[in-house]
Design a protein around this ligand. Structure first.
Ligand SMILES: C[S@@+](CC[C@H](N)C(=O)[O-])C[C@H]1O[C@@H](n2cnc3c(N)ncnc32)[C@H](O)[C@@H]1O
Length: 237
């Protein structure tokens, strides 16, 4: 298991929560910078894939500062964004103050308080790779989704084209940790984010994990030369 600080005894969950609390005030700014503003388009695709099914109640898991949840601000839909890092949610709450249909709640994605079959759609942006127990987190998402409804996951991937891959490693291993140190004042956090992206299952490997957990009709969209993927999967009826 990849944790931000291997030398510490704390669980991955505690370390991840503390890490996101620590970088929360700079998170949005660094996100934009590191993704060269492409994150906005990726979230828009998640939005389109979600709203096309006309959901009434959406859960955005590992919602962080709320940028996916807030995409639904002008829709006739109830959105609950959940995260276990309270300082990320403080920022999400600030952004959603005048948006009545989007609310945020402190929850552990791997052990949520919602009833079975509650939501018409579930979104997760750059969250699943931070779960302590990936299978448990995905099982929980399946539990709270209504049968026949869609899970949409946006997650990092490693490009397969050799030249792109070379550029990708150069960027994630050298530039991102330096930016993390300079701007977020937390080099270790951004080193973790790069290393975890490198080792996290992606593409067909991630599809197999979803299939084994019982999701159906899994589709993958490879975006921005393969540096991120969007997976959609249906909870069977
Ligand atoms: C990289 S941020 C993504 C935030 C947002 N979804 C976005 O697209 O910008 C990952 C988020 O996952 C949250 N997270 C990680 N493990 C979690 C868990 N077990 N339960 C709830 N949130 C979790 C972190 O606190 C963090 O806010």
């Amino acid at each position: 298991m990849i944790k931000p600080d291997k030398s510490k005894q704390d669980s991955k969950k505690i370390q991840i929560r503390d890490m996101f609390n620590d970088i929360s005030s700079r998170y949005d700014q660094i996100n934009k910078m590191m993704t060269l503003n492409m994150d906005k388009n990726w979230r828009k695709i998640v939005y389109n894939l979600t709203i096309e099914d006309k959901p009434k109640k959406i859960i955005d898991i590992a919602s962080g500062t709320g940028d996916i949840a807030l995409c639904f601000a002008n829709d006739n839909v109830e959105v609950v964004g959940i995260d276990n890092a309270s300082m990320m949610l403080d920022l999400a709450n600030e952004k959603s103050m005048k948006i009545p249909n989007v609310k945020f709640q402190l929850e552990d994605a791997e052990n949520m308080s919602f009833e079975n079959n509650t939501f018409d759609a579930a979104t997760v942006g750059f969250g699943v790779r931070n779960f302590e127990d990936l299978n448990q987190g995905l099982r929980e998402i399946k539990r709270v989704l209504k049968p026949g409804k869609k899970l949409i996951i946006l997650e990092t991937a490693v490009p397969s084209f050799l030249i792109v891959r070379f550029g990708y490693f150069l960027y994630t291993k050298l530039i991102i940790p330096v930016l993390g140190k300079m701007i977020a004042k937390n080099q270790q956090a951004y080193q973790y984010l790069s290393t975890s992206a490198e080792h996290f299952p992606h593409g067909i490997e991630f599809q197999i994990i979803l299939e084994k957990l019982g999701f159906k009709d899994i589709k993958i969209k490879y975006l921005s030369l393969g540096i991120v993927n969007i997976y959609t999967a249906i909870k069977p009826k």
